[in-house]
Write a protein that binds this ligand. Structure first.
Ligand code: NDP
Length: 505
């Protein structure tokens, strides 16, 4: 049997190189220098972007500060803010094709997936619009005849949003519309590898009627642009998605001014499979969970923990299924798995696999880079590694590639101990037809999201975020909105009923 299903270059004509500029205070601005993005799948320059410095970062923060302080956005009735967010959603839907094409060329992900992400992001904007009109606080009417107190929710202020390259438009849409619904103003920095859809959104925001200065976009590297966005006293909150290492730097950088920080970081997400599970569905979900986005996914189901009784059978099932997953040209609609984001990252993935093999693990499928006919070599084989022990780096660290590690267990307690023996706590899954097993697992596992008999199902309503070193704070849904709200207590005395503190006579 062949080792895998390859999709060769489709020969689709590429669009002209896209040029991106900063959006600051409603004006498009260039920089003295530009960065270029070479498509990981096609090996040619697909976008050229202004390379921001501290100057552009500070100008964008000043613009967001002015827009917040004069109330041009936060002072609008919530229904007016919601109306703009709804228009943005419509415009996103009308522009799925150009957004998806550049997202695929910059990131290497399959075009069908990019279409799904961009189209799906419109729903995040709609949900945020709905939530904008539900912001409410508390009132206390039982504190005494002469006292009335209320707790108000107010926008936090200026929010820095820093996003990664793996789901550029989706992750932006998990943050920006919720910050805007709350009434915040924003400075956004996409990864310099995938800046185009963020810049393209800037044009749609203006078309939808967003006042100038409410959303500012600065293109460039984490150092210097992200650093300024983290430390500048004009910023009230930083919302970041990316690596745990950079998350720590952001926490440190924001600490001098004690900004609010929301972090969505890495994961080493386990799926536990019991013998009574629907093994067909479980195998399909495991294969989806590890190869989706070439495994470059914080929610990657990169660890499976199999009951010993079914381990051999289950490994055979997923090995067979893996051979049918289509790897190759991201522009071909048949492709399910595309390219690795950079050559350096490909080498890092391979390093984990080689180290595990050297330490005694078995690479039962794949292992090593892959050349797609007509395209480059920036692809990686679907890979399954068994005989892994919990102390190996491949079992503990975020590989961020199409690499599945397999561990085994005998009892629920053992499975939970393996799951929880991790610095991370983003998501976890359990497969069993026994509801008691599923519930006991859901209660015992340390993870921000638990899936039972499914994997990676997500909805704008259902909040998302991590425990332990997977992050702090929550995104999307009601709790996602709350992140961007500050709480203010107002205590009111009715009439002059309080005796003076100072006795003058
Ligand atoms: P990073 O965490 O380095 O980058 C994420 C974003 O943060 C980018 O916009 C980056 O800018 C920016 N950034 C980098 N340094 C700083 C800084 N000091 N201050 C402020 N912002 C900064 O992720 P990478 O892209 O380098 O990926 C490395 C690894 O991180 C992956 O292999 C994976 O393990 C993990 N990762 C996890 C993600 C998740 O969804 N949880 C997403 C992406 C990565 P720029 O890169 O433009 O300089």
């Amino acid at each position: 049997m062949t080792e895998m299903t390859l999709i060769a270059a489709s020969g689709t004509a590429l669009p002209p190189v896209r040029v991106n500029r900063h959006l600051i205070g409603g004006a498009w601005r260039d920089s003295a220098e530009q960065s270029e993005r070479v498509s990981p799948s096609h090996g040619v320059v697909v976008s050229r972007s202004a390379l921001g410095t501290e100057v552009e970062a500070r100008a964008a923060i000043a613009a967001a500060r002015a827009a917040f302080d004069d109330g041009r956005w936060s002072g609008l009735p919530a229904r007016a803010r919601a109306a703009v967010l709804l228009k943005v959603a419509d415009l996103i839907e009308a522009n799925v094709e150009p957004f998806a094409l550049i997202e695929t060329l910059e990131s290497g992900k399959p075009i069908t997936q990019s279409r799904g992400e961009v189209g799906g992001a419109a729903d995040l904007w709609r949900h945020a619009a709905a939530l904008a009109r539900t912001i409410e606080g508390d009132s206390f009417n039982g504190l005494g005849a002469d006292i009335l107190a209320t707790v108000l929710k107010e926008p936090v202020g200026v929010v820095s949003i820093i996003t990664p390259w793996n789901f550029p438009f989706w992750i932006l849409s998990q943050k920006l519309p919720f910050a805007l619904a709350a009434g915040c103003t924003c400075v956004v920095k996409p990864s310099e590898m995938t800046p185009s859809t963020t810049a393209m959104l800037g044009a749609l925001l203006a078309e939808a009627g967003m006042p100038a200065g409410v959303v500012n976009i600065v293109l460039g590297y984490g150092d210097p642009v992200g650093n300024v966005m983290t430390a500048d006293p004009g910023v009230d909150m930083v919302s970041f998605t990316g690596s745990t290492a950079v998350g720590r730097l952001i926490g440190r950088g924001a600490s001098d001014t004690l900004k609010k920080v929301a972090l969505e970081l890495g994961g080493k997400n386990p799926q536990v499979i019991f013998p009574d599970a629907d093994l067909d569905s479980a195998a399909d979900a495991v294969v989806f969970g590890v190869y989706f986005n070439v495994g470059q996914c914080c929610n990657s189901g990169s660890r499976i923990i199999l009951h010993e009784d079914i381990a051999a059978d289950f490994i055979a099932r997923i090995t067979d299924l893996s051979r049918h997953v289509t790897f190759g040209d991201p522009l071909d609609p048949q492709t399910q798995v595309g390219a690795i984001v950079t050559p350096e990252h490909g080498a890092r993935i391979d390093g984990y696999v080689q180290a595990a093999a050297a330490a005694g693990a078995q690479v039962v499928l794949g292992g090593g880079p892959l050349v797609v006919p007509g395209l480059g070599a920036q692809f990686y084989r679907p890979t399954i590694v068994t005989g892994v022990t919990p102390d190996m780096a491949i079992a503990r660290e975020e590989v961020f590639g199409p690499v599945l590690t397999v561990l085994t267990f005998r009892t629920l307690d053992e499975a939970l101990a393996l799951c929880n023996d991790s610095d991370y706590g983003l998501s976890a899954g359990v497969w069993s037809e026994n509801v008691h097993t599923c519930l006991a697992f859901a209660r015992g596992v340390q993870a921000g999201t638990v899936w039972t008999n499914t994997w990676m199902d997500g909805f704008p309503e259902v909040t998302f975020g991590g425990m332990k070193q997977s992050g702090q704070g929550r995104e999307v849904g009601r709790y996602g909105l709350e992140e961007f709200l500050e709480i203010k207590s107002v205590v009111m005395r009715i009439g002059r009923t309080r005796a003076n503190w100072v006795k003058t006579r």
